[in-house]
Write a new protein. Structure first.
Length: 368
């Protein structure tokens, strides 16, 4: 009988890791399939957790003087009033400067056309002159398609409102007694798994809260810097563009440059190439401030991820779920890594000493 072929230990270990990776990949794919079916619920829960992370400290502070339920209600109503006030300010700014922006945009197009007709581009003088007529013809030809898109957009608005209502509903309970809900959930688990879930849950929530506070602070700082710079440069719609910068900063690495690129286009149309060049320089400056000052100081204690991991997470999230995936990817990876680190430390922790002490030694056997 011949000898069995020897399998290399490296190949055996690689095969063991390979089937585990396949199992993890199948599980992740299944999770994404389920979330794809119920993505509105997932988004609502994520927004509710963000609201809880932001308003739970406010409610805890107010609960020192008021009943818990009243403190939660005041924090939610106050935040909603503040958000509606900001949106009203932005709407007023857009309504007040829209006519001026349209006029300056047309003048900017004419100056851009004249600039492109000169060396070194030497474009055809009629290349841009008929653009407005072509846009009008397109709108007239595709009117039915645009109407269908508008109606589908209306249905999307209904979905967004539904998600917001569900988010607020869940946030009320999370802010009021989320810790008790988590304690009840852990109490339903087997006794051997309770400690691991409690440790992992605390680490995950601590990381998520730190990330949320940090990204809001970074986004607010970026928005203030952009708004002040655009205001002093005389660029129209400085407040809406600052709000766009605030929202875009929630997508790490890529959101802020995209928002500032939009501001550069507006500056080019309204103020010309010189101011647009200043805005482009502003993109570089704010990117350096965000990357080398704000993120290391504000978020390093909460999110310990390499920039390559952040970039890959953002791109993968965008591919999987669009803009929502790009926003959710980094906090999701951070929470998973934090929970894994806490559970690994728990597994390497030495067992607690026996309260009864060491077992007594057997008495010596007398020799004859």
């Amino acid at each position: 009988m011949g000898m069995e072929p020897q399998v290399s230990p490296v190949l055996r270990r690689a095969a063991a890791y390979a089937w585990r990776l396949i199992a993890v990949g199948v599980a992740v794919y299944g999770i994404f399939m389920v979330l794809g079916r119920f993505h509105e619920i997932g988004i609502a829960l994520f927004v509710a957790l963000v609201i809880t992370a932001l308003l739970r400290p406010v409610a805890d502070l107010a609960a020192r003087l008021l009943p818990r339920g009243l403190a939660v209600a005041l924090s939610l109503v106050g935040s909603i009033a503040f958000t509606l006030g900001v949106l009203a300010l932005v709407g007023e700014a857009v309504a007040g400067e829209s006519a001026r922006l349209v006029r300056e945009f047309r003048e900017g197009l004419e100056s851009i056309e004249t600039w492109l007709e000169r060396p070194p581009f030497r474009l055809d003088p009629g290349a841009l002159s008929g653009l407005q007529a072509r846009i009008g013809d397109y709108l007239g030809t595709h009117r039915s398609a645009l109407l269908t898109t508008a109606l589908s957009g209306a249905s999307q608005v209904v979905k967004v409102l539904t998600v917001l209502v569900l988010s607020l509903f869940c946030a009320v309970f999370f802010i009021h007694s989320g810790d008790r809900h988590w304690a009840w959930f852990c109490g339903q688990l087997p006794a051997g798994a309770r400690e691991r879930w409690e440790v992992g849950g605390r680490a995950a929530w601590r990381t998520f809260t730190g990330y949320t506070h940090g990204i809001v602070l970074v986004a607010g700082t970026n928005a203030i810097l952009v708004g002040l710079a655009l205001y002093f440069l005389g660029v129209p719609l400085a407040v809406p563009l600052a709000l766009l910068e605030f929202v875009a900063a929630f997508v790490p690495l890529v959101g802020s440059p995209i928002a500032l690129a939009v501001a550069a286009v507006v500056a080019l149309a309204a103020k010309g190439p010189l101011v647009a060049g200043v805005v482009v320089a502003l993109i570089v400056v704010i990117g350096q401030i965000e990357g080398h000052l704000l993120h290391p100081l504000v978020m390093s204690w909460a999110v310990r991820l390499h920039p390559v991991v952040v970039a890959v997470s953002v791109i993968a999230g965008a591919i999987a779920a669009g803009v929502v995936g790009a926003v959710v990817a980094v906090p999701l990876v951070s929470v998973v890594w934090s929970a894994y680190t806490a559970l690994r430390a728990l597994s390497h922790r030495p067992p607690p000493p026996d309260p009864a002490g060491p077992a007594p030694a057997d008495p010596p056997v007398p020799h004859p």
